[in-house]
Design a protein around this ligand. Sequence first.
Ligand SMILES: Nc1ncnc2c1ncn2[C@@H]1O[C@H](COP(=O)(O)OP(=O)(O)OP(=O)(O)O)[C@@H](O)[C@H]1O
Ligand SMILES: [Mg+2]
Length: 314
Amino acid sequence: MLSRKKDPDFFLFSGKGGVGKTSISAATAVWFSEKKKKKTLIVSIDPAHSLSDSFETRIGGDIKKIAKNLYAVEIDPKKAMEEYKEKLAPQIEKMEMLRGMGIEGMFDAAGMTPGIDEIAAFDKFLHYTNSRDYDIIIFDTAPTGHALRFLSLPDVLNSWLGKMIKIRMKFSGIVNTIKKFMPFSDSSEETEIETDYLNDMKERIKSARAILSNPEKTHYNIILTPEDMSILESERSLGVLGNYDISVDMVIVNQILPLNPGCKFCTEKRKQQQERLKTINQKFGKFNVIEIPLFREEIKGMNELRKLGKLLYS
Ligand SMILES: Nc1ncnc2c1ncn2[C@@H]1O[C@H](COP(=O)(O)OP(=O)(O)OP(=O)(O)O)[C@@H](O)[C@H]1O
Ligand SMILES: [Mg+2]
């Protein structure tokens, strides 16, 4: 495959359940692939996938071309975990002192908080992040907690890997000492391969971390609805993102009710929303605040996604 010179641009959208992350991610993918002629990949990292519903086509765990310039994949956590275990198992088998603990046991022993399924999904994420086959990669995430937790994984993994490398180094020291007394043992070669493997993973995590906090490459956007709970949670997200040095591009206010003078309920509801919009503009005014109306129809299929994309980017 022809490799592209440039690293891709990344788009991530975070927000509470049901605010419109999948719809907006999909609309972004349609916009860039059609209007900007960018080779675009959309990756669902939400274990409860709904990309297939949004595009009204079956996607699944392998990259699928769904339109010109537009590719999609839904990471299957179970499959990712199996693949990850397969990849890691031979390495762990070689670490004598860890043998018998199993992969899960090893993560527990190192005081890891995330589950192996999350780490496996993150490994896939790293894989796509390092890909140079696409101009744009969009990640459709699960509700906020998940997306933010994902961002903390590089740190957690880094400290875990640090520990593993140290343990490994000590152990290789012992091996080398023993080796002096056992001239026929040839385990030192293996030792180097293992440490290389861990160092390599550490490097990849470091580069993912760098990409995620590079505002030129990573476009992190907050989605909310004009409601108090959504506003509070967006403020919390912004705080967390700040801690990770990740800057925010757009604050997208979705599902704003249109004028409807004939409907008393709608008018009352709209009035409340307009009040919340004022608060949003006060609180998030330094960001690019974009307002998206509530559509009459659900946002599903290419035509609706095109309409949404136009509102977001034109
Ligand atoms: N502006 C809008 N107008 C009309 N319907 C919308 C709008 N935005 C989102 N929807 C609809 O609301 C529902 C939830 O949207 P979506 O799945 O994009 O949210 P989500 O944030 O990805 O949800 P989850 O947190 O469950 O992943 C969908 O049925 C979608 O079609
Ligand atoms: Mg979703």
